[in-house]
Design a protein around this ligand. Structure first.
Ligand code: MN3
Length: 372
């Protein structure tokens, strides 16, 4: 029996992880559930999975909960969470909030599978040497992880991340002005949370994934390529110097990388639609359009500048996407405002977690004053 700690349990990755637990009740025991607050969704998970521990960022002590469950909360609770005796932690937290959990878990040498790319990026500068201990759940990075041969890590010519292209791949740029929130949230291939879905529409998600891949696998940006692949059947590829390309393929379903993280190095049966090549017809590939999707280009540029730039880019994106989701700015202003925020800030290269948190908080504070 493998014990699990699921962070972000009410989110997209969390609920899919719990679906797998339901399928393998005799193999996995949920020991910890965690979400931002004690929502009805979290309550029903507690009633179903009976964890020993529940962590919430904010806890109202007047809320009654089953006495068999220990509630952890706030900063101290997060530190305690990271010391719990649990076989595998899964970080499915959305956005910046996922950073501290990843940090504390690595500090305590815990086994960690993470779908939270923000933490990998923002902690990259201070923790990248320890990233070989992280198991990636992000589908592209799980794909690369599976295609990378240990003996041939030096013989990689390039790694290729695929992108579906998002909902606006075929939309002419002249119509970008009129893009609505609903349209941006209508992803053609993947069902995900709101923030990451907007990131997929701007291709910022792929930009963040380029930086994530750089820190996770240690390759220079020149060796990390992005291609648009609307069918989303190939999730990632590794090209070796002899010309061989290994590709990871499946129908797009997050339960595949999640289950693999849970069972590695074994492969178990999954409740997914298995791929039928004869039904696929053809697979297509395109160059990304940097003019239509400037955030992908910006991500390469700021990624290469290293230091604090990837952090500020990540934070600025989260702030600006929230503004878009609240109707405060239009879709085409997203990249403009992100660039403006980054260019108006200046920090020294982070060396500690305190430095990273400081950069995040200062960026969040300053971003309120910057407008387009
Ligand atoms: Mn991805």
């Amino acid at each position: 029996m493998k014990s699990l700690g699921i962070l972000g349990s009410t989110g997209s990755v969390g609920t899919q992880t719990l679906e797998i637990v339901r399928q393998y009740k005799d193999k996995f025991k949920v020991k910890l559930l965690s979400a931002s607050k004690l929502s009805p969704a979290l309550f029903s998970q507690i009633n179903e999975f009976h964890p020993e521990f529940v962590y919430v960022a904010k806890y109202d002590k007047n809320v009654n909960i089953d006495s068999g469950v220990k509630i952890l909360y706030g900063e101290e609770g997060l530190k305690e969470l990271a010391t719990l005796d649990i076989d595998l932690f899964i970080n499915g937290v959305s956005g910046i909030a996922g950073i501290k959990p990843t940090y504390y878990l690595l500090e305590n040498n815990k086994k960690l599978a993470t779908a939270n790319k923000e933490s990998i990026i923002c902690l990259g500068e201070i923790l990248k040497d320890r990233y070989n201990e992280i198991f990636p759940i992000d589908s592209e990075h799980s794909a690369i992880f599976q295609c990378l041969e240990d003996k041939n890590r030096k013989n990689v010519r390039r790694i290729i991340l695929t992108a579906s292209g998002g909902p606006f791949f075929n939309k002419p740029m002249s119509e970008f002005e009129d893009i609505t929130i609903e349209e941006a949230l209508n992803h053609p291939k993947w069902k995900m949370g709101r923030k990451i879905t907007v990131d997929s529409a701007t291709l910022m998600n792929k930009g963040l994934e380029v930086i994530e891949a750089h820190y996770l696998f240690g390759y220079d940006y020149e060796k990390i390529d992005v291609i648009i692949h609307p069918e989303s059947i190939i999730h990632g590829m590794v090209e070796y110097v002899d010309g061989t390309i290994l590709a990871n393929m499946s129908n797009p379903d997050m339960k595949i990388p999640i289950l693999y993280a849970m069972t590695y190095p074994e492969r178990w049966e999954n409740h997914v639609d298995y791929l039928d090549f004869t039904q696929l017809g053809s697979l297509s590939f395109f160059k990304p359009d940097f003019e239509k999707f400037p955030l992908l280009k910006l991500a390469y540029e700021y990624g290469k500048r290293e230091s604090y730039f990837p952090i500020v880019l990540t934070v600025a994106d989260e702030i600006v996407v929230n503004k878009f989701l609240k109707g405060e700015i239009t879709f085409i202003k997203i990249p403009v405002l992100i660039e403006k925020i980054i260019e108006s800030l200046n920090f020294k290269t982070p060396e500690t977690i305190e430095d990273v948190i400081n950069i995040i908080e200062e960026t969040q504070k300053m971003a309120d004053y910057i407008t387009v």
